[in-house]
Ligand binder design. Structure first.
Ligand SMILES: Cc1cc2nc3c(=O)[nH]c(=O)nc-3n(C[C@H](O)[C@H](O)[C@H](O)COP(=O)(O)OP(=O)(O)OC[C@H]3O[C@@H](n4cnc5c(N)ncnc54)[C@H](O)[C@@H]3O)c2cc1C
Length: 498
């Protein structure tokens, strides 16, 4: 992991003078926050400010607030929200800081509420519920739960924050057995725009509970505690295979079979497929297979994954077992770099022609980017099998709108990273064109599902509208009910707003 201290120092002098000279409501808001929460408001050029400025992507780190406020209790969060709404001060909220876009959980000149100190982790006496403060990252959670033989449906990267991950959906190693993370929240403690603290669960404020499962946190309030369903979990089995790009057709067909038939028969199975390219033109298909239980004997392969093992062309094939924390560390994407992504959902039974056209769009874009020195692009394919969609129906269903009758799906996303800010427009425009081209292809062959997954969306994708008119209207009504003056809509900046 890169040091946070090295990143921002060059630009902080300018920011300090900007902050001091301001007499705006925002400046007054920082002063009012400092008076209410002494020691928990930081300004540019201080260690606390630099620590709070530590985000995963460069675009977020470069977006500087006038001050950070770091509340330590739910009632302090309530005071913060009341002060900010009284001052009409634009603000945002940061949990793990892993949304990639400038302004995702950062704000230029406003106030950033950094939840870092709200990091409690409590396991209930019966071991059925784990309560998480919203400032936790997933590694903090798994390092407590692994030794207890417990797990929750959580992140696959150690540094991702619990809040954004859960509120957007949350695809986990354990989704086959339990659904996405949002489907496994027993209840949310949340501070509303009024400063009132309420609990949302299947039996209390059930409409808000529904909305918080996929509707995007910034539309409803600041969640100050997630009560998650826990379950028994020992070591996992993981297998990584690399194939030459010439095998793409075979690999995608095996992945489709796994999604449509294999996973529903064995919900402990989970898989990721990545198509990568290199400047030298050496394309690869990388298959990562996960099983929540270890096969017996340990050096065997779970039956559901056997078809991948018989291919003679694998360039690498490694298996291991370990606890959840081991794989959160292994699959962590390092901090730094500029990032964009976006996603398209397809019916899982798409034809080889569709894959060929999608990869052709991607390679056409790669050629343009590589000429400009942007080399790191990939296509990430993830399964949404029917067993996952069935789990999404529990507790009254979530806001995402998937139904088992819609059949199995795959989520295709396009993570791209680069370093030179002069390439921002080139990459962002090309990402949008790639998404549009892939959607056009999918529509042409009748395999486009309109859903856009919030956690992997490009900043201009119409996430909540993609949940369908009925769910979108319901989300809007719930937001209005809990924030009748639309204070959050006016003041909380970021993605993805209703
Ligand atoms: C390296 C990497 C790996 C990832 N792996 C996965 C994965 O395995 N599965 C998956 O589904 N997604 C994954 N994601 C996507 C990730 O879930 C989203 O980017 C998510 O938003 C990150 O959450 P965060 O808390 O770190 O983000 P932040 O940027 O801190 O917050 C995201 C959004 O949530 C809001 N917010 C933050 N805290 C609260 C709160 N307490 N109450 C209300 N709103 C709040 C913020 O204002 C912002 O709008 C990954 C992302 C990265 C960069």
């Amino acid at each position: 992991m890169k040091s946070p201290k090295l990143v921002l120092i060059g630009s902080l002098g300018v920011l300090a003078s900007a902050a001091k000279s301001s007499l705006s409501p925002r400046g007054n808001a920082c002063a009012a926050l400092a008076a209410s929460l002494p020691g928990d408001v930081s300004y540019p050029n201080t260690t606390a400010y630099i620590q709070s400025s530590y985000y995963w992507s460069d675009q977020q780190r470069e977006t500087h607030p006038q001050c950070f406020v770091t509340p330590r209790t739910t009632s302090a969060v309530s005071s913060v929200i009341q002060i900010l709404t009284r001052h009409n001060a634009p603000f945002t909220v940061k949990s793990g800081g892993h949304s990639p876009f400038a302004g995702g959980s950062s704000i230029a000149n406003g106030v950033t509420i950094d939840l870092v100190h709200l990091n409690t982790i409590e396991v209930s006496a019966d071991c059925k519920t784990v309560s998480l403060g919203p400032g936790n990252r997933w590694i903090n959670v798994t390092e407590i739960l692994d030794p207890l033989g417990l797990a929750v449906v959580g992140g696959r990267d150690m540094n991702v924050g619990v809040s954004g991950f859960i509120l957007g959906g949350g695809i986990s190693f354990f989704s086959g057995m339990k659904g996405w993370a949002c489907d496994n929240v027993r209840g949310f403690e949340i501070v509303l725009a009024s400063g009132n603290v309420v609990y949302a669960s299947p039996t209390e404020n059930a409409d808000l509970y529904w909305a918080l499962r996929g509707g995007g946190g910034l539309n409803f309030g600041i969640v100050t505690r997630f009560d998650l369903a826990a379950f028994e979990q020992g070591t996992m089995w993981v297998n990584s295979l690399t194939f030459p790009g010439t095998e793409n057709a075979t690999i995608i067909s095996l992945f489709q079979n796994l999604t449509i038939q294999g996973m529903p028969q064995d919900p402990a199975a989970h898989a990721l497929l990545t198509f990568s390219s290199s400047p030298s033109g050496e394309n690869r298909a990388i298959v990562n297979l996960f099983h929540a239980t270890v096969p017996s004997p340990q050096n065997s392969v779970p039956a559901v994954f056997e078809p991948f093992q018989t291919l003679p062309s694998a360039l690498a094939n490694t298996s291991s077992v370990g606890d959840v924390s081991k794989y959160l560390k292994h699959y962590a994407t390092p901090y730094g770099g500029r990032w964009t992504w976006g996603n398209v959902i397809l019916a899982a039974n798409f034809s080889q022609t569709v894959l060929d056209e999608i990869l052709a769009h991607w390679e056409e874009r790669n050629a343009a980017l590589i000429n400009s020195g942007v080399a790191d692009t990939s296509v990430l394919v993830q399964a949404i099998p029917v067993n996952v969609i069935e789990e999404m129906q529990k507790n009254g269903g979530n806001a995402l709108g998937f139904k088992p009758s819609g059949g199995p799906l795959v989520l295709v996303s396009f993570p791209t990273s680069w370093t030179d800010p002069r390439n921002d427009k080139l990459v962002e425009d090309s990402t949008r064109k790639l998404i549009a081209d892939v959607e056009t292809t999918a529509k042409k062959y009748g395999v486009l599902n309109p859903f856009v997954y919030l956690n992997y969306a490009d900043s201009n994708q119409p996430v909540q509208r993609s949940y369908g008119d009925e769910n979108y209207d319901r989300l809007k009504q719930i937001a209005r009910k809990y924030d009748p003056q639309s204070k959050l809509a006016q003041l909380w900046t970021g993605y993805f707003k209703l």
